[in-house]
Design a protein around this ligand. Structure first.
Ligand SMILES: [Zn+2]
Length: 218
């Protein structure tokens, strides 16, 4: 008989005195916080909250600690502006990477998407957004200056521009190509075939891998 091994609600898990006021709204606070996460609607928030209520306290604590650790330990790599847990990111620190190639993406999540394809072995540069006149974001608000400094310092033969295939991503690619080509560096763009207006991170690995392999000169 093991019907009693897992209490539905563990006081230890939800009654931690450190977790804010005991206002009787602990569950509602969790639902509110989960509901603020991207892609989590009220139903998903409820499913996750009840899962955590049923989980043992270790599992809940691991999740809470992982969230706090990521906030305190992860920062931007000073070279490429990808996320890093050591001084520089794992890719910049990896001596097996091809340092003659830099792939320019708009967000760190795009680095993960391209890494998943296994088709690319060079370095990255994360812009931190895209040029968007509507949002008043120009090259000065992005890490463009740092990219140009890298091109001056490092032996880079090719810059692959992998911004999303939407209006702002294309405008950013055009601007970068115009700025970088006079430096004598080859500029290429991911091949078409990615869904137009789509997000790099949602492209499947095969399609994205092929877009890298078939990149075209700009
Ligand atoms: Zn880096």
């Amino acid at each position: 008989m093991d019907w009693n091994t897992q209490p539905a609600i563990s006081n230890d898990a939800i009654g931690s005195p450190s977790s804010g006021a005991a206002d009787g709204r602990a569950l509602q606070r969790l639902l509110d916080e989960l509901g603020r996460l991207p892609g989590i609607g009220p139903k998903s928030a409820q499913r996750i909250a009840y899962h955590l209520l049923n989980a043992d306290s270790d599992e809940a604590r691991r999740l809470a600690t992982a969230i706090l650790d990521v906030k305190s330990q992860v920062h931007f790599c000073p070279t490429c502006f990808n996320y890093a847990t050591r001084e520089r990111c794992d890719i910049c620190e990896d001596p097996s990477r091809d340092t003659t190639s830099i792939c320019v993406v708009s967000e760190p999540r795009d680095v993960s998407a391209i890494e998943r394809t296994g088709s690319y072995h060079g370095l990255y540069h994360v812009l931190g957004g895209v040029i968007s006149p509507m949002a008043k974001i120009g090259p000065d608000q992005l890490h463009v200056r740092e990219l140009l400094a890298r091109l001056a310092d490092e032996e880079v033969g090719e810059v692959i521009i992998a911004t999303n295939p939407d209006v702002e991503g294309e405008a950013t690619a055009t601007y970068l190509a115009r700025t970088i080509k006079p430096l004598g560096v080859n500029v290429t763009r991911l091949a078409s075939g990615l869904p137009v207006g789509g997000d790099l991170e949602y492209a499947d690995e095969v399609t994205l891998g092929r877009a890298i392999d078939d990149r075209r000169a700009m």
